[in-house]
Design a protein around this ligand. Sequence first.
Ligand code: CP
Length: 317
Amino acid sequence: MKKFTCVQDAGPLDIALAMAAEVKANPFADSHLGKNKTLLMIFFDSSLRTRLSTQKAAMNLGMNVIVLDINQGAWKLETEKGVIMDGDKSEHILEAIPVMASYCNIIGVRSFARFESKANDYNEVILSQFIKYSGKPVFSMEAATRHPLQSFADLITIEEYKTVARPKVLLTWAPHPKALPQAVPNSFAEWMNETDYEFVITHPKGYELSPDFVKNAKVEYDIEAAYKGADFVYAKNWSVFSDPNYGQILNIDRSWMVDSRKMQLTNNAKFMHCLPVRRNMIVSDEVIDGPDSIVVQEAANRVVSAQVVLREMLKTL
Ligand code: CP
């Protein structure tokens, strides 16, 4: 694997899931693979789970890890080509990328949507420059449009907890006070659409995701019908995708919060969220603290998804 930015990079999902089961059963089986190899993790945005789980995965494989928080101690980076650098940005990403690449064997990048330009966000201007100019295997630790390590962990978790062969998986929008990117729901949809699950998306009108990610998923605007019979409820907030309101919040309708009343419509659904989550905005305390919440197990599987990706990249070095 030379790149991991979307579901296609994972290859056939049955094989990816078999690898995940292998890694989970014996996390130190490949600890020789990373000897004298260095992972560089570059964060343009904050993280708890991605930072720790990816570092843990690299350590399980015997790798050295360097972490750079671009906004804490690094030179401010210019990412646009052809600009006169007379502002506050001291270094261009065109030099910074090959320099950083010279210190490592594999690069992970986190760079969220900026909401300044939909074209820049959906063309992944930062991640794609790392792929183009680093000469090293690159994986996304959440980019502007996708969060594939999260979606892979979500799939692993659903496979572990499903009680029927073809579960009904509901992705529901939930309220949040700040404008959030579409990366997690886009990516979740992209991965669910590669399974044979019954996949349903529900959200208030105006929050339609890109058709490139929704594809043939059922979009159900009747929230009760959406929850009915669900085996998994995956909650996430996202901002508007459509023009002219790209990146904006239309409403903070708290009736969309995941609560016990809605969960009672389901088939004893498991509750999932990528975290961090705002309690009593996205989900009630009762649901997230209840026996059907699997958010911690889901987060724990982030080590597994990262370790599969790093293992397959190390094999190509
Ligand atoms: N789910 C997730 O990516 O968490 P962090 O933002 O804390 O890394």
